[in-house]
Ligand binder design. Structure first.
Ligand code: ADP
Ligand code: ZN
Ligand code: ZN
Length: 735
């Protein structure tokens, strides 16, 4: 029996596929390289994950590999180990997991290394030159000799050396004396350690110094650190110092940031500090850009790889450190598509496999991460003071039940804005709702503009005179009259667009800017808004979640949170945590310069324990109370969760599949509980009905043992084919 190559293919089937060796002419296959193989009537690209001596498939049915695409593994042994762990932990087919770790261009067969077409002399060409040929074509002779001397040359190099050379090349090529070949671009030599730094940082504060020393003491082994520091306490400076040490030791760093944390400001800081090449990977890249960045990482020419969620899979030879900035951010959890992973959790696992430290940084750590620190699994490093001379802001609640409101703004808030503007400060107004108003209402008959595809109302977008659904993307013209009774309709409630308008009327002499997804999508201009704030041209900034991250506005002295109440009473047990994080993050935008900041939070529930804990004791106090609540209710991190979700064309079909899945689980092991199925809180979305079944366990092991047994049976259910379903391990949101 010849060697058998076990190939992972990008299919939902939970198995590998066996192939015979390719015809002898191609590259030799090995674990970690891509191969093209026959699969039914198709040809697919897959990855060799194992070499075996035999196969369970009868020899006559085995087919040979058609082509080997790589000379060396595109996924090295360490990364393969991580991905295998990920496939097990998230109970997802290995083929899909492996392929989600590669850029699309590589999945389609692009070369893993940057290549270039170069001219070279053939053997007959060399013989001809030795014999003094070609005698009567001086240009051809000059070209032939130059190529003999230099071995290979690109078209650009030839342009530079010879000027016009293409006719001569055609002549020589016609006699097969010269030819072109695709040649791997040479890896640029690693810069000498002196060339690593462009500038040195400021002297570290004692707390920063201690944090750097703690991580630096374990640069050659695994260690997980929570860098818990308030906004502006100098966490980024700590990352930069650690990366410096890693670079000086000749190794490379991987830095993960949230989707909206990857700002030009942050990149600028990296470029200003380090003289080494960076590879940047984020979701806004074209396939080609992504391939180029991946190749820079793969070849090792990039010494720092900086990216969002999926960059956790980037190849980083001689990895020395992983940093996850704003580790609590929801964008690290992939919650769509097939492979639903947490990039933060995989980063910790990757560091463990690679025996390097991982630093999780946040002003508002996830409760899971805090609990890991409390339990001693992570070492907590605190930064309690702001680095630049700046004092932390004071937080105050405004009771909406006892204060007059005007278009969403209470009188105390308006007065505070007036005062801060008069004192030359800037103001940030936060509201987590874009558009003009969340509801369009007929005051005569009570009609409310609904989305036909979702259990949701349509949002009024006045500037573009549209009604939009923020859940399915539905988009309709804005009616002037009620479609039911013909009476005039009215926009009710506040969105950022309306708040911007109101503030413009209230403060006609102050320029108001707005930052939300609509502004960014329409004008593609988040940076322009930031610049107008930084330059002081705009005095008030109204925005959604987008304003809470990454941007420094040293002159912002007042932050107003318009509505804190959305997060207080949600069916999702994580909603309070997200609200507290948002409030603390947005508050952190205030007073980053030399003046102290003020933060006002409008609420109808000023006695809500979450808010009182947060105000009295900050995020720490909130987290302590929230962890106690989680422990009592046995929610994560005090239990393990997985959600089996589905959607179907009818509510019954959605529930039926999950009910059958539940019935399969009659023999669930002790300690595993199934909850549901229940329709999702917003059952109808984009025309489909959603439902979920929760699987809960105190311990991790029984949960995973159960899922291992149960999922293959669930997959076999006939009703599985009538719905779209997915499993989400450690779900970040419960719908
Ligand atoms: P964080 O990442 O925690 O928000 P940064 O690292 O961005 O904090 O630091 C906040 C500000 O303080 C930045 O302007 C930074 O340049 C400055 N800073 C950080 N560390 C120091 C230090 N040791 N001395 C002086 N300024 C510092
Ligand atoms: Zn009406
Ligand atoms: Zn909708």
């Amino acid at each position: 029996m010849p060697q058998i190559f076990r190939v992972a293919l990008d299919t939902p089937l939970r198995r590998l596929f066996d192939y015979l060796p390719p015809a002898p002419a191609t590259l030799s296959p090995s674990v970690g390289v891509r191969v093209r193989v026959p699969f039914g009537r198709q040809r697919l690209i897959g990855l060799i994950v194992a070499v075996a001596d035999g196969s369970e498939v009868p020899a006559a049915r085995l087919k040979p590999i058609l082509e080997v695409l790589d000379a060396a593994p595109v996924i090295d042994a360490g990364l393969q180990e991580l991905l295998r762990w990920g496939a097990d932990y998230y109970h997802h087919p290995l083929g899909e997991v492996l392929s989600s770790a590669l850029p699309r261009a590589l999945r389609l067969g692009a070369s893993a290394t940057a290549r270039e077409e170069r001219w070279l002399t053939t053997e007959t060409g060399a013989l001809a030159a030795a014999a003094g040929e070609p005698r009567r074509a001086p240009r051809q002779r000059a070209l032939l000799e130059l190529l003999l001397e230099r071995r290979t040359m690109s078209a650009a190099e030839l342009d530079q050396q010879l000027g016009a050379w293409r006719d001569a090349a055609r002549g020589l090529a016609a006699r097969a004396w010269i030819a072109t070949a695709e040649v791997e671009l040479e890896r640029p030599p690693a810069p000498a350690s002196a060339a690593v730094m462009r500038a040195t940082g400021p002297p570290l504060l004692p707390e920063q110094g201690a944090a750097v020393a703690a991580v630096a003491a374990c640069l050659d082994r695994f260690g997980a650190f929570l860098l818990h520091g308030i906004t502006g306490s100098g966490k980024t400076e700590v990352y930069l110092r650690l990366i410096e040490q890693v670079l000086l030791a000749g190794r490379r760093a991987l830095v993960l940031v949230p989707e909206i944390g990857l700002t030009p400001q942050l990149l600028e800081r990296f470029h200003a500090r380090f003289a080494v090449p960076l590879a940047v990977l984020h979701s806004g890249l074209t396939d080609h850009e992504r391939l180029t960045a991946w190749r820079d990482a793969f070849s090792g020419s990039a010494r720092i790889v900086l990216g969002t969620r999926s960059a956790v899979f980037a190849p980083v030879p001689e990895l020395g450190l992983i940093v996850v900035d704003e580790e609590h951010d929801a964008s690290f959890k992939q919650h769509e598509g097939g492979f639903r992973y947490s990039a933060r959790d995989l980063a910790v696992m990757r560091a463990r496999h690679a025996a390097v430290p991982v630093v999780l940084g946040s002003a508002t750590p996830a409760l899971e991460t805090l609990q890991n620190a409390l339990a001693g699994r992570y070492e907590r490093l605190r930064l309690e003071r702001r680095a630049a001379q700046a004092r932390p802001p004071t937080l105050k609640l405004i009771d909406l039940r006892s204060n007059a409101m005007r278009a969403g703004l209470s009188t105390p808030a308006v007065l505070a804005i007036e005062r801060h503007l008069a004192e030359d400060g800037q103001v940030l107004v936060f509201l987590n709702r874009r558009g003009y108003a969340p509801t369009l209402l007929c005051t005569a008959c009570g009609w409310i503009a609904p989305c036909r595809e979702c259990d949701a109302r349509l949002t009024v977008h006045l500037a573009s005179t549209r009604l939009r659904c923020h859940h399915c993307g539905g988009d309709l013209p804005l009616p002037e009259r009620c479609p039911q009774c013909g009476f005039a309709v009215k926009a009710v409630g506040q969105g950022t667009e309306r708040v911007e308008e109101t503030l413009g009327t209230l403060f006609p002499s102050a320029r108001v800017a707005r930052l939300d997804r609509d502004v960014v999508r329409r004008r593609g201009d988040a940076e322009g808004v930031m610049r107008r704030m930084s330059s002081g041209e705009a005095r008030i900034l109204v925005g959604t979640q987008m304003v809470t991250k990454g941007h420094d506005f040293p002159n912002v002295t007042l932050v107003v949170v318009l509505n804190a109440d959305q997060g207080l009473f949600s069916t999702d047990f994580r909603a309070p945590e997200r609200l507290a994080q948002t409030i603390v993050q947005v508050a952190g935008r205030a007073g980053r310069g030399s003046r102290a900041g003020e933060v006002l939070i409008q609420t109808e529930f000023p006695d809500h324990p979450l808010l009182t804990h947060l105000l009295a004791e900050g995020y720490e106090g909130f987290a302590r109370a929230a962890l106690e609540e989680r422990a009592q209710a046995a929610w994560p991190p005090f239990s393990r969760l997985a959600a089996l979700r589905d959607s179907a064309c009818t509510p019954d079909a959605a529930l039926a599949f999950l009910a059958q899945a539940r019935r399969l689980a009659r023999a669930a092991p002790a300690g595993v509980r199934l909850l549901g199925p229940v329709p999702a809180a917003m059952a109808k979305r984009a025309g489909r009905y959603h439902a979920q079944l929760l699987i809960e366990s105190r311990e991790r092991r029984p949960l995973h043992a159960f899922l291992d047994e149960w999922l293959p049976q669930v997959e076999q259910l006939r009703s599985a084919r009538a719905v779209r379903w997915s499993l989400d391990v450690d779900p970040a949101e419960l719908f």
